[in-house]
Design a protein around this ligand. Sequence first.
Ligand code: PLP
Length: 486
Amino acid sequence: MDKKELLRRLPKIDDVMRQESLVMLAEDKGDLIVTDAVREVIAAKRAEILDLIEDMAEHYDIRSLEIGKVAEAAELRVTENEKLRLFPLINATGTILHTNLGRAPLCREAMDNVKCVSESYSSLEYNVKQGVRGSRHDLVSELIKELTGAEDAMVVNNNAAATMIVLATLGKGREIIVSRGELVEIGGSFRIPDIMAESGAYLREVGTSNKTKASDYENAIITEEEAKSFDCEGLKSGAPRYQTAAIMKVHKSNYEIVGFTEETGIEELVDIGKKHDIPVIYDMGNGLMLDMSEYGLREPNVPASLNAGVDVMMFSGDKLLGGPQAGIIVGKKEYIRAMKKHPLARALRVDKMTFAALEATLMKYRDPKLALRDIPVLRMIAESKDSLRARAERLAYAISEANSDIACEITEVEDQIGGGAAPMVRLPGWAVSVSEAGKSADRMERKLRKADVPVIGRINEDRMLLCVRTIAEDEIDLVAEVFRQF
Ligand SMILES: *Cc1c(COP(=O)(O)O)cnc(C)c1O
């Protein structure tokens, strides 16, 4: 049979669509979706035929051109086309807040609440008790106040948005003093100097990369009178100066400066702020709510930092707090009130799904024991080495059972917090090193990554490691299943 004859045998879209299986499928998935799939299958067949070298046409499987076969292929195609681009996977890297893998996984109650609140109508902006309009800004502020001791709180899209609205509200047209050692970039294009410029505040850099003293901050303060007068040091040299709006401290979330260093602590900055009557802003970033130093995590936490007297503080919802992406601003009533009224508040406001997840997550913190037990990020940080080892053994056993060609070896690893938090912290953990005789670790990595449920591990010194700290107990069978399909 020659190519022309093969092309003639290609079925018509309408005829394929009349196949009973597709009539039913179209009712479920919609005509357009199914027609598109049929069209794609036929187009692929046509291209395949046109590509044939003439004498290969003889051997072409003409049965695959039958209407029934094309309909079957179209059904598969529909399933294929329905695959979402955002889907769950297994994090076997041992990095808890993996920026590329969605940062913090949510606790069960947060997910349940998202489902429950977003499936129906909700009290998002309605005060049910009083029967009047409510504000979404008030939904979690009571709880945040209770947990942190803040006077007031507000939630926006993420910490970058929080920084933006804080600087725009407090600093527009005035100066904000920041140490040169803290002019950070937090991944992507979030750079403090850029955000500052966008907010309309003027950045006043003080100190040097490795040392910034209290006196550096103090000497940079410009009062209202100085800003107006020619006495101002900057005006003499020609550079305009503006009144100081605030002092800002930025937590060094994703790097550390070691060696000959000095930084001015929050307490000292608060003293300077009080003395000169200017607010102190603290971009603390990580959102840690508990003291977790006993687990090797010596990071500032929200209640302690607020207790030191900062006026406004912001942090992420999906880092060490372990909740949804959000930026939480806490602090003095007058400042938070001004931010809620700022035009940016509307642009940066969060959705009901975020509030639902955040409220349920925060609720856990009313008892720190519950938070440590139920919030995945905290549980992963706190998990003991023995418990990790036991899970590594269970994983190795399950993999060997599923596929006897895979060699498993249990090995010690160092896990990380990740997500731009606590860069120097290494958590002692356990991994299963998996290998296949004569095959490379790269090949193994690819196969795991391309599985139906992708498993993302870590290659270290040519070994494929599955770090169990970030693998949940109920994911062990899923990982084993991937090896069964190898
Ligand atoms: C992570 C971080 C940010 C950015 O927070 P997002 O929630 O990712 O927008 C800003 N500042 C600091 C100090 C951070 O650690």
